[in-house]
Structures are given as structure tokens and as C-alpha cells.
Design a protein around this ligand. Structure first.
Ligand SMILES: Cc1cc2nc3c(=O)[nH]c(=O)nc-3n(C[C@H](O)[C@H](O)[C@H](O)COP(=O)(O)OP(=O)(O)OC[C@H]3O[C@@H](n4cnc5c(N)ncnc54)[C@H](O)[C@@H]3O)c2cc1C
Length: 357
């Protein structure tokens, strides 16, 4: 199952709502827009839909999305894609980063303004913006002490898109936190050999996960190299071996055969270009009022990127914030439209593909 939706070419249409971010909250924002018969589009700087769910934990079960006793993160993304993008034919522009906003007169009504969203791939015209930018753009932390960049695309990975990329491979996983430990367990049924390398004694993961890692190590399914660090990587064209050294004794060196190195050292996140926007920001998050309005005209925000009294960073609450933001944006564009949506049990899915109730 792929979470990629392809990337539409930029268009010159003035859309009602442009959504920044294709994480779960951005995807559901486009759904709420469709339900209010508003046109929308989504942009994201990443090459795939799904935000944190795709980038950080596609194979993990989520237990607290209402209506789903449990759901795999990547499957939730797939269902959201179907519910929003497919149902309302929403254009998605991936690998497109929102850089700045300019206001200009609406060509159809000089009393009104529209927004020109300047991206690194061109400009998009819109009546409103909903920022669902999560923690901002993700950047994996690089390995300290050894430059892995020559091996990127040749066996060194920072992200796992599909587990099958590691099928039958000898994988060296580097890191000591939750993601390194989670991927070690996740790849047990996929990789032919796994070595988990951490530069310090002790892992910083959930106790249950650490216990499972220890059990896998006792059963000979995982080799633990702790405290070790990468000294060298070699291979012709592609990674073939990795040399490790003991963190407290550099003469203690081990060479391992390896096809892939999975670096799980955490992510740096930053508001990125949004930092330069005239938004009120508190500790890296955008301050919104009780109706998700930011300090910028015609710009609302929803999801992990917002901060307000009582804020919860959860998918479920992000979905609700998106509904509120869209209701406000739609009312801003067409003041005659009520804030409260009609019930979907009465309206069905307006504007959706034929065959909907
Ligand atoms: C390991 C882990 C486990 C979790 N488990 C749970 C759980 O069990 N239950 C739960 O409710 N929550 C969980 N969460 C939190 C949940 O993932 C977040 O609350 C959710 O992803 C927020 O969604 P979002 O759409 O607001 O942001 P994100 O998922 O962060 O998506 C934001 C998107 O915006 C894009 N973006 C940012 N800036 C720009 C820009 N300038 N231009 C273009 N695109 C931009 C980013 O590339 C990103 O794709 C977990 C998080 C982690 C890390």
C-alpha cells in the first residue's frame, strides 16, 4: 500500500482553501473543505502524504483514533487519502514548500483580497490558507563523527518507506531511542540479519520495547553492539561492510557484512520558512484563537503546529481543529454560509464522486 499520491502541476486557479501540510490534519482539512463545497488544494515539502505517520511510524499501531480500535499509521493515511483527496479530487503538490504570502486584490471583486502563496516551485492563488504544518519540515539528524552522505541512496537510509526495501538484507540499525528499537523489532520478519548499534550503554526506549529487544538478542535474532560507533563503511557502489569501534576503546574494532545501514538518530524539526511569516509564535508553534485563527488575515491553523490554552497534540484533536478552521474559512469567503455544518447524515458527501448517497 503506497501513501504516495503523485504530485499535480501547479495551477493558476484561485482555490478557496490552500492547505499547507499533508499530514493527517492537512488531509482531513481538505475533506472538511469538500464537505462545505469549498475548493481546496494541499502542498507538502515531503515526497509522500501522511506527515509524521508516514515519516516516523508507518508500521506502528495507533489505538486512540476514535472509531478505530487500532489502525496502522500507514493505513490511516491511506484511508484519509481516500476520504479527502480521492473523494473530492483535491490537487496535491508534493515536494513543494510554502515560503511566503502576499496579499493582492481579488481579480473578481476589487473590494476583496486574495493571497498569493509563494512556494519553491511557483505561486498559488487562494482565498484563504489553513496551515497544518505539524512540527514544520523534518530533517533527519546526521551521524556525528562519520560522514554517511556518500552512502545515501547506496544502502544508507534515514527513513523507512516500505519494509520490503530491507527484505532478505543484512541491516545495521544505528541509534538508541524508540525509533531505532522499534525498527529493530519491526524488521525482524523482513531482514535476514539485524545488528543494533548504539554508542552508549543502555537504550532510551519504552521498557517493554527494550525487553523485547533483549529477548530477540537472547534468541539470536538480533546482534547488539553497545557501546559501539561507526568507524568506516565500504563497498563497491553499494554498502557491503561496516566497521565499528568500541566507544571506550578505539582499538576494539569489529567488521560486519552489511547491505543496508538504517540511521535512526531522531529528527530536527523547525518552522522553516513559516518562521518569517508575520505570525504570533510561541515555542515554535503558531498561536491561534478559539476558532483557530492566526494573527494573519485569512490564515487559520490546525494540528500539531498550533498552540492555545489546553492544546493537545493528538490526531483526534487535530481533526476537530481542522473542522473549526474550515468552517471559519468558508464563512470568511461566503459570509452567508453558516458556521455550523449540516449533518453528513442529511447531506451525504456534496460534490463527491457519483454514487455517494
Ligand atoms: C512516534 C510517534 C507516535 C505517535 N503516536 C500517536 C498516537 O498514538 N496517537 C495520536 O493521536 N498521535 C500520535 N502521534 C502524534 C501525531 O503523529 C501528530 O499529532 C500528528 O501527526 C499531527 O498531524 P499534523 O497533520 O498536524 O502534522 P504532521 O503529521 O507533522 O504533518 C505536517 C506536514 O506539514 C508539512 N510542512 C511543514 N511545513 C511546511 C511548509 N512550509 N511547506 C510545505 N509543507 C510543510 C510537513 O512536511 C509535514 O508533512 C505520534 C507521533 C510520533 C512521532
Amino acid at each position: 500500500m503506497s501513501t504516495t499520491n503523485g504530485s499535480a502541476p501547479l495551477d493558476s486557479e484561485i482555490r478557496d482553501i490552500t492547505v499547507i501540510g499533508a499530514g493527517p490534519v492537512g488531509l482531513i482539512t481538505a475533506f472538511w473543505a469538500g464537505m462545505r463545497e469549498a475548493s481546496s488544494r494541499i502542498i507538502d515539502s515531503l515526497p509522500d502524504l501522511g506527515g509524521q505517520l508516514t515519516t516516523l511510524y508507518p508500521e506502528k499501531w495507533i489505538y486512540d483514533v476514535p472509531g478505530h480500535p487500532r489502525v496502522l499509521a500507514k493505513e490511516l493515511v491511506d484511508m484519509l487519502r481516500e476520504q479527502s483527496i480521492e473523494q473530492f479530487d483535491v490537487p496535491v503538490h508534493l515536494e513543494t514548500t510554502a515560503e511566503r504570502v502576499e496579499y493582492e486584490p481579488d481579480p473578481d471583486d476589487s473590494e476583496k483580497q486574495i493571497l498569493r502563496l509563494v512556494t519553491d516551485r511557483g505561486d498559488l492563488l487562494t482565498r484563504t490558507i489553513v496551515i497544518a504544518g505539524g512540527h514544520g519540515a523534518f530533517e533527519p539528524k546526521k551521524l556525528p563523527g562519520y560522514d554517511m552522505s556518500p552512502w545515501e541512496g547506496r544502502g544508507a537510509h534515514y527513513l523507512v518507506g516500505e519494509k520490503s526495501a530491507f527484505a532478505g538484507k543484512k541491516v545495521v540499525i544505528v541509534g538508541g531511542g524508540d525509533s531505532a528499537c522499534d525498527w529493530t523489532l519491526n524488521l525482524l520478519d523482513t531482514a535476514s540479519e539485524i545488528t543494533l548499534v548504539h554508542r552508549r550503554e543502555g537504550f532510551r526506549a519504552h521498557e517493554v520495547t527494550i525487553r523485547e529487544i533483549e529477548q530477540a538478542a537472547d534468541a539470536g535474532k538480533v546482534a547488539l553492539r553497545v557501546p559501539y560507533q561507526i568507524k568506516d563503511v565500504s563497498g563497491t557502489g553499494h554498502i557491503q561492510s561496516v566497521t565499528l569501534f568500541h566507544s571506550e576503546n578505539e582499538d576494539d574494532v569489529v567488521e560486519l557484512e552489511a547491505d543496508a545501514v538504517l540511521l535512526q538518530l531522531g529528527f530536527k524539526t523547525a518552522l522553516g520558512p513559516l518562521k518569517e511569516w508575520p505570525l504570533e509564535v510561541q515555542k515554535g508553534a503558531i498561536v491561534v484563537d478559539p476558532v483557530m485563527k492566526t494573527s494573519m488575515d485569512a490564515v487559520w491553523a490546525a494540528g500539531d503546529i498550533t498552540v492555545f490554552d489546553g492544546k493537545l497534540k493528538l490526531i483526534a484533536t487535530g481533526f476537530a481543529e481542522a473542522a473549526i478552521a474550515v468552517a471559519q474559512a468558508v464563512h470568511h469567503i461566503r459570509p452567508e454560509m453558516k458556521i455550523q455544518p449540516k449533518y453528513s447524515t442529511n447531506t451525504g458527501v456534496p460534490g463527491a464522486v457519483e454514487g455517494q448517497p
